[in-house]
Ligand binder design. Structure first.
Ligand code: ATR
Length: 274
């Protein structure tokens, strides 16, 4: 039998805004976190086409915070009252705090990537191969750059890759030249390997050596072809769950001021992925 959901006039509403949004793992993760720390709050998913009117609604109805996901992370910027400096530089937000009617935008994806990697390795002066040049690459790339990593951007299309590398002030190489640059940390930020095309990976497995740290931001499946190949080669691996959970941890703490129950959030996501 379903347990009665506790919602009353004091319940605080949060949510994720995206399109599509039906695969988002954020509602399950944040609702488990609220229950775990005993907050009278709920988190919903909103399928949104018009980001401007949705954010007017956030203000009007007094939602205390929202997550922003694809395809609104960049367009949301122009509807905010304030943008955190890091989010500004990345050029995208994934977190909005409603501070007494003022909407403030942040980017916790960069924090998520740094936390996930630093659980396994240091970043200062490390040679990092950043694969991809889309929105995810921007957030992850700047996050690692601010931790002192020495990054090379690798991308299939040259124009997009060069453009991100220029914004970050780092080197660019076409993905086809991946074997020509030495790397200590490899981060895949592309969708290569994501379900349903789970057999593919962005680089040749023979380039992986045991001293490398390999991170994949894809979490569907958790053990991507790249992560499996890296494990086989003896590399240290970081899967996409860690980054996803830590970007959520940062959101939760910004919204509530309460320390996030990391383990419970991780378990909530794992329960769904399995
Ligand atoms: P996101 O915002 O999620 O990062 P995006 O902006 O569409 O998504 O960027 C997707 C990234 O994955 C790009 O770097 C893309 O490379 P291109 O710029 O060459 O398109 C990369 N990507 C997607 N599919 C790829 C594939 N099959 N092989 C290599 N790179 C791929």
């Amino acid at each position: 039998m379903l347990k009665q959901l506790h919602v009353d006039t004091k319940t605080i509403l949060y949510g994720v805004i995206g399109n599509p949004v039906n695969h988002s793992l954020s509602p399950v993760m944040h609702n488990r976190a609220f229950a775990e720390v005993g907050l009278n709050s709920i988190y919903m998913a909103f399928h949104v086409t018009d980001i401007g009117s949705a954010l007017a609604g956030v203000r009007g109805l007094g939602l205390k915070g929202v997550s922003i996901t694809i395809p609104h992370k960049v367009t949301a910027l122009s509807f905010l009252d304030e943008i955190d400096g890091k989010a500004q530089q990345i050029g995208a937000v994934n977190t909005i705090v409603n501070h007494q009617g003022k909407l403030i935008g942040y980017n916790s994806d960069c924090y998520g990537a740094v936390k996930a990697l630093t659980a396994k390795t240091t970043l200062w002066e490390k040679k990092v191969a950043l694969i991809g040049a889309g929105g995810a690459a921007r957030a992850v790339g700047f996050g690692l750059l601010w931790e002192g990593a020495r990054i090379t951007v690798f991308n299939r299309s040259i124009k997009k890759g060069e453009s991100l590398a220029k914004d970050m002030g780092v080197a660019f190489r076409p993905l086809a030249e991946f074997d020509q640059v030495e790397s200590q940390i490899i981060v895949n930020t592309t969708s290569v390997g994501m379900s349903p095309n789970t057999r593919v990976m962005p680089i040749t497995p023979s380039l992986l050596t045991p001293d490398m740290v390999v991170m994949d931001i894809v979490y569907n499946p958790l053990r991507t072809a790249l992560i499996q190949a890296a494990e086989k080669a003896g590399c240290t691996t970081v899967d996409g769950l860690a980054m996803f959970v830590y970007q959520g941890v940062a959101q939760f703490e910004k919204w509530t001021g309460v320390k996030a129950p990391v383990k419970a959030m991780q378990q909530a996501v794992l329960d769904i992925l399995h």
